[in-house]
Design a protein around this ligand. Structure first.
Ligand code: 5AD
Ligand code: SF4
Length: 433
């Protein structure tokens, strides 16, 4: 059997696309290779959100070039870099055979056929890949089934390349969402994650995002329901109320703040200011006591002053997120922010270090609140270091724990927390206790 390897960078949406690409290849009779060197077909499923991830793709391509003299027959670039660079991928790496954008996954079989004789490219932004047949989707995550509910983004944040690569918003009809969820539940997935770049803006007919949460959380067998990515301007408080009411909607919310300064938020075109965000969080915390929050922060956006940066720090101290994904601002070609005056790199690096150090302290302190508690953990596998099981509480925090008895992946257990770390908790099985 011919073998394939799919290598994925980037967001959850891209991870799911990676599973879809792998599923299509398996339908065509390919078998998964254990390593890149063994593959006859390699697809790099790429991310262009920042310069770093994009550079990694071209570095990887030049490493893979030598494999083309061995078993590698077809080398493809998929994902957001493909969509953005189009023909330029062939120019920079002439030994690439396929360029396929994220909305063109269904063209993969045709592209593979064409690539036997000539270069093949499909980067239409008119299509969507929302109707991927759920029966053929093979998921790589052990417990979580991610389900795309909408694709694309209609926002115009001044730093962001996503509207360029993922196109305009398209919502998936509720019937097809529920159908995919039933298939996933039948296959044993009890954790469902609804995905969309701007998931709160999902709508279909008269139904909105809160109705969607209501319907999905009512599907029998859905034990944990999460969703990504929310936008402060569109996250409805009704959704928070539903979260509090329904046991299976996890008390977890990823709500990108991006910056603490209202002037910077305005330059970012985020459509909210600091007060709006902090008021919203106060409302959410009041509706859902104990909710765990995470966020994204961009450090050193063009023209950010020291005082404005410190406003981001103030927000972290005030809100106390459980995790913060922080990035140094990276100019993306063609976006308005790329024309603005950059903050010197040395300043940006130093600010980023300070922000990460502050957040590490917050997480170290706040995770201690779990010590002595018994929590519910869904087992995902063994811990990275081995010797322990690894799983998550409904609020997504990782728990590594010991157990005398053998446990199954995807089973739920009571765990007593004995120790806390900034990025995880540690404990022992307390079933029956
Ligand atoms: N530079 C740095 N970070 C960015 N992000 C998006 N675009 C950029 C950029 N040009 C971050 C945002 C977003 C996350 C997915 O990536 O914080 O929420
Ligand atoms: Fe990266 Fe954005 Fe594309 Fe996801 S949608 S892969 S974060 S550029």
């Amino acid at each position: 059997m011919p073998k394939y390897f799919v290598k994925t960078w980037g967001c959850q949406m891209n991870v799911l696309d990676g599973d879809k690409i792998a599923s299509l290849l398996e339908e065509l009779g390919y078998e998964k290779a254990d390593k890149l060197e063994d593959a006859n077909v390699i697809l790099l499923n790429t991310c262009s959100v920042r310069e770093g991830p994009e550079d990694k793709v071209f570095a990887e391509l030049s490493r893979l070039k030598k494999l083309k003299k061995k078993n590698l027959e077809i080398l493809g670039v998929a994902g957001c870099v493909a969509q953005q660079e189009k023909n330029a991928v062939f120019e920079r790496a002439p030994y690439v055979d396929i360029v396929m954008g994220p909305r063109s996954l269904s063209h993969l079989p045709a592209l593979l056929r064409q690539a036997r004789d000539q270069r093949a490219m499909e980067t239409s932004d008119k299509e969507d890949s929302l109707l991927f047949p759920p029966e053929i989707l093979r998921r790589s995550h052990p417990t979580k089934a991610s389900v795309t509910v909408m694709e694309g983004c209609n926002k115009r944040c001044s730093y962001c390349i996503v509207p360029e690569t993922r196109g305009r918003e398209v919502c998936r009809p509720i019937g097809s969402i529920l159908e995919e969820i039933s298939v996933a539940v039948e296959r044993g997935y009890s954790e469902i994650e609804l995905l969309g770049q701007n998931v709160n803006c999902w709508k279909h007919g008269n139904e909105d995002f809160t109705d969607l949460l209501d319907k999905v959380s009512s599907v029998a067998g859905v034990k944990r329901l999460k969703f990504m990515t929310s936008h402060p301007k569109h996250f409805p408080l009704e959704a928070a109320k539903l979260m509090a009411e329904r046991e299976n909607i996890c008390n977890f919310l990823h709500l990108p703040l991006q910056a603490g300064s209202s002037r910077i938020l305005k330059l970012m075109r985020r459509q909210y200011d600091r007060k709006f965000y902090t008021d919203l969080v106060a409302g959410i915390k009041a509706a859902v006591p104990g909710i765990v929050l995470s966020t994204d922060i961009i450090v050193a956006f063009p023209s950010e002053t020291e005082d404005e940066f410190e406003e981001s720090l103030e927000c972290l101290l005030e809100i106390r997120f459980d995790s913060v994904f922080s990035f140094r601002y990276s100019p993306r070609p063609g976006t308005p922010a790329a024309e603005m005056e950059p903050v010197p790199e040395i300043v940006a690096r130093e600010r980023h270090q300070r922000l990460m150090a502050l957040q590490l302290g917050i997480q170290t302190h706040d995770h201690a609140r779990f010590v002595g508690n018994t929590v519910e953990v869904l087992v995902e596998g063994v811990s990275k270091r081995g010797g322990q099981y690894m799983g998550r509480i409904p609020e997504t925090i990782v728990v590594n724990f010991t157990s005398d008895k053998a446990l199954k992946v995807n089973s739920c257990h009571r765990v007593e927390i004995q120790k806390s770390h900034p990025h995880s908790l540690e404990g022992r099985l307390a079933d029956g206790a």
